[in-house]
Design a binder for this molecule. Sequence first.
Ligand SMILES: [Zn+2]
Length: 322
Amino acid sequence: MPACMSHWIFAQQALRVLEYRDWARADIIIAGSQGTDPFFFCGKRPWIPRPTSAQIVHERHFATRMHERHPSALFAPLLDNARDQETLSLAFGFLLHWHLDRHIHPYVFSRSGFDASGGLSPPWNIEHTRFEFALDTVLVREYRQKFPAARIPRPWACFALSRNTRTALSAWLASVFPGETGKTTYREGLEDYAGILQVLDDRSGIKYTLAGKTGLMNSYIGVLIHPLDVRAEDTEALLNRTRKEWPDPVTGAERSEGLLDIWNAAEKELPRLVDLFERTRSGGYASCAGEWDAFYRNQNHDGCPPDGKMSFMRPVRLQSGI
Ligand SMILES: [Zn+2]
């Protein structure tokens, strides 16, 4: 991730760049822009029991593997097998997800922290998600100011697809990645992610009060409650408008972009991404493999080389909602 609303906002921008294309279905591009993240939530609704064989657990970890690996592991098979509106739109959405992830993740990791091995063991997974969900709230606020007439969905509705479409796309992913993801895994991920967000949607503030009283605010559940009423000092910590320095997690080099600088850099590359996608569509992945490799810059979804280790950080401690 960044969390779901950030990806939704980025997908809106991509649709403006795309304009009309006969292969593009906006609803699937938007849902697809959540990338493989829905897999993270597959089977995580405690009130919906799901089977848990070793193979099923392996399939649910598809997102973790795909976030770590070189992006070609995901996109070469996806782009070579996408033929119709549905599958092309999903593949394009997944590309948008990786693209935003890889731009923003180094900043998020540097500012929210990670463990000694560069991973997100507790409590770092909680801090990471707290940062991303708070960022979602701030970016939605910014988006509302920029586009006052825009209809912004609730987070759980921003990747809604019909059941038939969810089922068909899920089966297609299983056919493209046999043994890696099951026939229903993606569909269950979409449903479980939406279900969790719906339960934790809290416009009245009562769930925050309850979470604060029961100590849940510092749990994974607590940080998924939304929208968060982000305090002014946290807005600066999240956006870094004053461009304080932060170390790149892998190289340690000092960087000083604010979040919106990074966002704009990602947006600027959208026309190139669309052009490359269009040419791959007509010529096949192999015809553009070199250009894709240049575009990936050897960065996985975390914004690091697949064999890179994160060691440098300067985390900020957010105060909102705690
Ligand atoms: Zn992601």
